[in-house]
Design a protein around this ligand. Structure first.
Ligand code: 6PG
Length: 226
């Protein structure tokens, strides 16, 4: 099932969904980027009780957690560190380097969610090049079929630092995937990923949970070419 919702403030819609999932004690995957940051700030204002939830990450840059480029750092500043009742947080240790960090995170996911892990809610942004998490078009990480987490030695766009990312096999086992996309610079990418037919080379178009749902939240500017 896939549903595309065009709303004035997709960040607010996603913030509500994050809060609802947190209150249910879900395993929630957060992502990086500037669009999600707005949603996190709104969720922080709501200040729901997240203490039964577990927060994971879709991808990370290989920098220390207090570095300005850290996805965890951004989520911590915008949301996690502002909650009165924060969740359990499973961050990717990007500072270990791409391969080591991927190995450690894969073990963590398997330890907590088993060998066929299913996240309850995965939030993803999308780049203008149609990348999701740190799965960039044409890169080998996109073709991974076995591992749940891989290192990305060469990023497809700024910041040009190695990355760690969840892979399609685990994203496509999620119960729910929410895409949050805004701005006219994303209109072409939205059409490639979610148009009819979708571009089979677009990483975002390859996120299709076998037994789950996709909700795409976009503003009018990003939906202009759909
Ligand atoms: C990252 C993100 C990435 C992000 C998109 C969208 O580490 O860069 O996880 O996948 O979600 O690039 O980011 P914007 O909303 O900033 O365009």
């Amino acid at each position: 099932m896939r549903q595309i919702t065009v709303v004035e403030d997709p960040g607010a819609a996603v913030a509500e969904r994050l809060t609802a999932a947190a209150l249910q004690g879900a395993d929630i995957v957060l992502t990086g980027g500037s669009t999600p940051r707005g949603a996190y700030a709104i969720a922080a204002e709501e200040d729901a009780d997240w203490s039964d939830a577990t927060v994971w990450f879709s991808d990370e840059r290989c920098v220390p957690p207090d570095h300005p480029d850290s996805n965890f750092g951004m989520a911590h500043r915008a949301l996690l560190g502002r909650l009165t009742n924060p969740p359990r947080v499973m961050r990717m240790e990007g500072e270990l380097g791409p391969e080591a960090a991927a190995g450690v995170y894969e073990a963590l996911v398997r330890e907590h969610l088993g060998n066929d892990p299913r996240f309850d809610l995965v939030l993803l942004g999308m780049g203008p090049d149609v990348h999701v998490a740190s799965l960039f078009p044409g890169k080998p990480e996109l073709e991974e079929t076995r591992r749940l987490v891989v290192g990305v030695p060469i990023a497809g766009m700024e910041p040009q630092v190695p990355r760690v990312t969840l892979t399609l096999p685990v994203l496509n086992r999620a119960r729910v995937v929410d895409f949050l996309i805004a701005g006219d610079d994303k209109a072409q990418a939205v059409a490639r990923a979610f148009g009819d037919p979708p571009d089979p080379d677009a990483p975002a178009a390859r996120v299709r949970p076998e037994d789950g749902s996709i909700f795409v939240f976009v503003d009018e500017a990003a939906a202009a070419l759909l």
